[in-house]
Design a protein around this ligand. Structure first.
Ligand code: PNS
Length: 160
């Protein structure tokens, strides 16, 4: 059984994230989405809210599980019996950072392979931080995040 972990902050989940989750779910037997409980980053959504939104938007995918984690990703992967870490890549800027993270995680625990999936071109410009900035300016979020969570983001900025 091939289990993959797809980690991130998901503050909030975007259509780009969802695309990677759907594609990974076709490649691996099981995909565990690991939501980092990063209190230091001062997230817009609480860890429970982020987990809940991910559960809602992945309801249609049978082999996906959502969980949160603290601490090192390799420790979370071990706890979940995963052998692969899945990451999405959009730009060369992503590559620099992800390359470093992949090497560091390999140094921490050589048992895990990091595998990258290229973003679908229609999502290449979407990031959680851009979504938040746009929402702050009351911009249209259609197509950027799953329709079910648009109102939750708007609520945070008290619009709509
Ligand atoms: O969505 P993000 O914020 O880009 O995701 C970053 C994430 C969660 C993948 C990364 O910060 C992470 O793996 N954090 C866990 C701590 C860890 O293992 N860091 C690497 C070694 S110091």
């Amino acid at each position: 059984m091939r289990i993959a972990v797809y980690p991130g902050s998901f503050d909030p989940v975007t259509n780009g994230h969802l695309d990677i989750i759907e594609r990974a779910s076709r490649v691996f037997d099981r995909v565990i989405v690991g939501v980092l409980n990063n209190s230091g980053k001062n997230p817009l959504f609480s860890i429970d809210e982020r987990v809940e939104m991910l559960k809602q938007v992945t309801e249609h995918i049978g082999n996906v599980e959502i969980d949160s984690f603290d601490g090192l990703l390799v420790d979370f992967a071990k706890m979940k019996n995963a052998s692969v870490i899945v990451k999405g890549l959009r730009t060369v800027m992503d590559f620099e950072y992800e390359f470093q993270m992949a090497l560091l995680n390999k140094a921490l625990n050589p048992e895990y392979e990091t595998m990258f999936m290229m973003t679908d071109s229609k999502y290449s410009y979407i990031s959680s931080s851009m979504v938040k900035e746009l929402a702050g300016f009351h911009g249209d979020l259609t197509g950027l995040v799953p329709a079910e969570i648009v109102h939750k983001i708007k609520q945070k900025y008290k619009i709509g």
